[in-house]
Design a protein around this ligand. Structure first.
Ligand SMILES: Cc1cc2nc3c(=O)[nH]c(=O)nc-3n(C[C@H](O)[C@H](O)[C@H](O)COP(=O)(O)OP(=O)(O)OC[C@H]3O[C@@H](n4cnc5c(N)ncnc54)[C@H](O)[C@@H]3O)c2cc1C
Length: 395
């Protein structure tokens, strides 16, 4: 069996590893545009429940991922009116994206997967060559070339969110995740920081579309924007700089495809359905796609179409819930300034924690009893809740 994977991100590498483990005799190749040792971003969160699934799928790489992860619990949410320490919840792990990729690459190589770095699949000739395989996996992220080549057949639609964000790192060590909603010179920003090693934290800075133009970020260079973000979050950074790694301010696309496979081609991870950083699960979703695809392949190795149908059947229910959670979350962020201005700190935090619909008051009582005790004493005025639909943001 010949398997070609476009994209050596988390989903592509993990699928290649799992496929090679199941089919030792298969020729599995990954084509990645970046040179080895280079990627975008800093640390990523890998939630507990996601880690369990990685353990069941491949114990060896799981053990290495856990060893390289940094675990924290509790969190702080800063509303302009009050800083709220939320104690409780389970431990969450975070790992440098680069370290995760290195671990997966090491295990891929040991298993016999062929990795081709510095190889961008660009034009039709490249794609013709890549598509000459029993299975072609588009694991090449939100701008997938495989998906774009067969866009109509995949039934792809995409639209842009209006908020802008940049993914920085910092040497400021945050003992637990900190989320800071800040008003600054008439604009609204949100900064999300979490540690992923003893020495480094991720810092994602975001603003809404109104702030972007009102404060002139649209006319700034990315260095100037980084300088502005350092001023906005000076209190949290405590004199530490924001470090850039291709950290361009951008708005995120929302990509959806009605078909998961076209012939012997299949999409996984962000290439299939983009997630959103605010649910801290895009990597987990992408790697779980890889698990489901490898399982489906093992269930019908002699019949690729049937394997790809099984992949969708098995994966779609769980994935749909996560994608729906991501959508509710990014819609919440698209209107965060209005919420910051209208809600008092405790109701605001409750609104934030329940934004995806996957966490309800009962679960919050179980996980964060002290916070919920305060919430119970500060129940919000129902007339101050928010509705925001997709159409509102699309204009
Ligand atoms: C600011 C920010 C913060 C985030 N934080 C988290 C977090 O805390 N936790 C979490 O789980 N997720 C997080 N995510 C989401 C996560 O990064 C993605 O959902 C995840 O990386 C998707 O994995 P993937 O393998 O599908 O795609 P990607 O990680 O995008 O990998 C695609 C790979 O394909 C390669 N590629 C692309 N095009 C080509 C081509 N034409 N030829 C060859 N190679 C190509 C790319 O170089 C890349 O290596 C965050 C995202 C952002 C933007």
């Amino acid at each position: 069996m010949k398997i070609h994977v476009i994209g050596g991100g988390p989903s592509g590498l993990y699928f290649a590893l799992l496929a090679k483990r199941r089919f030792a005799g298969a020729r599995v190749e990954v084509f990645e545009q970046n040179p080895q040792g280079a990627t975008y971003g800093f640390g990523i969160v890998l939630a507990d429940r996601g880690l369990d699934r990685l353990q069941r799928a491949d114990e060896a790489s799981y053990a290495a991922i856990v060893k390289a992860s940094f675990f924290t619990r509790h969190r702080v949410i800063k509303h302009p009116g009050e800083t709220i320490f939320i104690d409780g919840g389970g431990y969450g792990g975070a790992i440098a994206r680069l370290r995760l990729l290195q671990i997966l690459e090491t295990h891929c190589q040991a298993a016999g997967v062929r990795l081709h770095h510095g190889m961008r699949i660009d034009d039709l000739d490249d794609l013709d060559a890549i598509e000459d395989a029993d299975l072609v996996v588009g694991a090449d992220g939100v701008n997938s070339v495989l998906r774009k080549r067969h866009e109509a057949a995949f039934g792809t639609t995409s639209w842009m969110l209006t908020n802008r964000l940049a993914w920085y790192g910092t040497e400021k060590h945050f003992p637990y995740p900190v989320m800071c909603f800040r008003r600054y010179r008439g604009g609204h920003f949100v900064g999300v920081a979490y540690p992923y090693s003893e020495r480094m934290s991720t810092f994602v800075a975001e603003c809404d579309a109104g702030t972007w133009t009102r404060l002139g970020l649209d006319a700034m260079s990315d260095d100037e924007r980084r300088g502005l973000a350092e001023q906005v979050f000076a209190e949290e950074l405590g004199g530490c700089a924001l470090i850039s790694n291709k950290s361009l301010w951008h708005s995120l696309p929302v990509v959806r495809s009605t078909q998961w496979s076209v012939g012997h081609r299949v999409l996984i991870g962000d290439a299939l359905h983009s997630a959103h950083p605010s649910i801290g699960s895009g990597t987990r979703i992408a790697m779980e796609d890889a698990i489901a695809l490898a399982d489906a392949l093992a269930s019908s190795p002699a019949d690729m179409r049937s394997a790809l149908a099984t992949f969708r059947l098995a994966r779609e229910p769980a994935k749909a819930k996560l994608v729906a959670a991501a959508e509710k979350s990014f819609m919440w962020y698209e209107s965060f300034p209005a919420k910051v201005d209208a809600l008092d700190p405790i109701p605001f935090v409750f609104d934030f924690l329940t934004r995806t619909g996957r966490v309800d008051a009962a679960r919050l009582y179980a996980e964060y009893p002290r916070f919920m005790k305060r919430y119970g004493a500060n129940l919000p005025d129902p007339s101050r809740t928010f509705a925001c639909d997709r159409a509102e943001v699309r204009q």
